[in-house]
Design a binder for this molecule. Sequence first.
Ligand SMILES: Cc1cc2nc3c(=O)[nH]c(=O)nc-3n(C[C@H](O)[C@H](O)[C@H](O)COP(=O)(O)OP(=O)(O)OC[C@H]3O[C@@H](n4cnc5c(N)ncnc54)[C@H](O)[C@@H]3O)c2cc1C
Length: 422
Amino acid sequence: MKEITTTEFNNEVLAGGKVILDFYSTECPPCEALASKFEDLSKLYGNDIKFLKIYRQQNRDLANKLGVKSSPTLLFFNEGKETGERLSGGIRRSDIIHNLDLMLSESRREVIKTQIKPFVSEYDVIILGAGPGGLTAGLYLCQSKINTVLVDIALPGGQVSTTHEVSNYPGFIEPQAGYLLSHNMSEQTKLCGTVYKVAVDVTKVDLIKKEIVIDDFETIKAKKIVIATGTTPNSTGATGEKGLKGKGISYCATCDAKFFDNKEVVVIGGGNSAVEESDFISRFASKVTIVHQFDKFTANKKAQDKIFANPKMNIIFNSEPRAFIKDGDKMITEIENLLTGVHTKLVSDGVFIFIGMKPNIELFRSELELDQWGYIKADENMQTSLSDIYAVGDVISKKYRQITTAVADGTIAAMAIAKELN
Ligand SMILES: Cc1cc2nc3c(=O)[nH]c(=O)nc-3n(C[C@H](O)[C@H](O)[C@H](O)COP(=O)(O)OP(=O)(O)OC[C@H]3O[C@@H](n4cnc5c(N)ncnc54)[C@H](O)[C@@H]3O)c2cc1C
């Protein structure tokens, strides 16, 4: 592995051969998360592919010329020409390998695969998921001198890191940018000494043996596991939803309704949460248009009566969203009437989607006792139906899912574990 500067770029990268180039920065947590994977892969692939690093801050002109806009960004070159897919953000080892393999022959790839040596590491506690629940558990365990590893398929921070502003987390007078709040939570836990393995593929979780496999070759064993994997909102499937998450589309009325004082919003959904949250949003908004796919709501009767009596409500049945578009400060929701096929555009200041959440439990669903909606049942110590397995935050069966409640769960689990292990 070699560090280069702009003046060496032509010779080292464009002159020929196979190259992977890492544009990195300092004070960049995703760059830190990448560094060990980059080094490790350079040992495996280094005979075939040149591993180069370049410090973006001091080579800005080159970065701009190549259109590199964030750190880290990985670029791949074959015989002087850029190839494969650029990778940036929380870069997984498997994505790097995929791009490296594209430059090699099949036989060479097979030889390299045989050189990957599986290994086992051991900790007292594995925390799966580095959102507020997992990060808080990590902080408390670390402060109790318990050897803990935090494992996340993405970068640390959880849902908070993609939240525009958080105004209900105690201790801050002004609303905090979500990414900053989650960054501070993560740094606090990391500085304490908790080991991070983030942007990894979690390929196997065995709750009975208390071990997990990451990136297919590292087995991590522990005395206890804390599950803090959170939830994923169900998606409408309409175009534009993914990109506008947190930038015009919200999934949390408690968190965001207050930003729509005297404004107009569109709500997608018709079950209990859509109807109850619409009522809550109407305390702030001047108009709430609810779009529901069926010809009646599926929410409880009391909540429906409230909605029908609320003069701020505009209800559109038999319709589904097809596209979300940002137009300046406004959101355009294109809906289709399922009976007539006619498309209509609704202009509003923001969109809320309440069509259910799903707990992230795919890898261990069958091993745990769940509630009727698929959330993990946990007792007052956050212990699940399996001994030594705890669960905290949004992934557990509970009524209110907020940062404060996830943080509280993480605290309780860590204190209960610390008491047992000490
Ligand atoms: C758009 C939006 C805005 C919000 N705004 C607010 C707000 O203003 N105030 C507030 O209090 N709450 C807000 N919330 C709710 C709040 O974000 C959640 O209650 C909180 O983040 C839950 O924390 P958690 O640690 O349980 O899970 P999450 O924050 O969801 O974190 C779970 C973590 O687990 C990781 N993970 C998932 N699967 C795996 C796996 N198999 N292995 C390893 N890791 C895995 C994920 O990558 C993620 O990092 C908002 C939610 C959303 C969606």
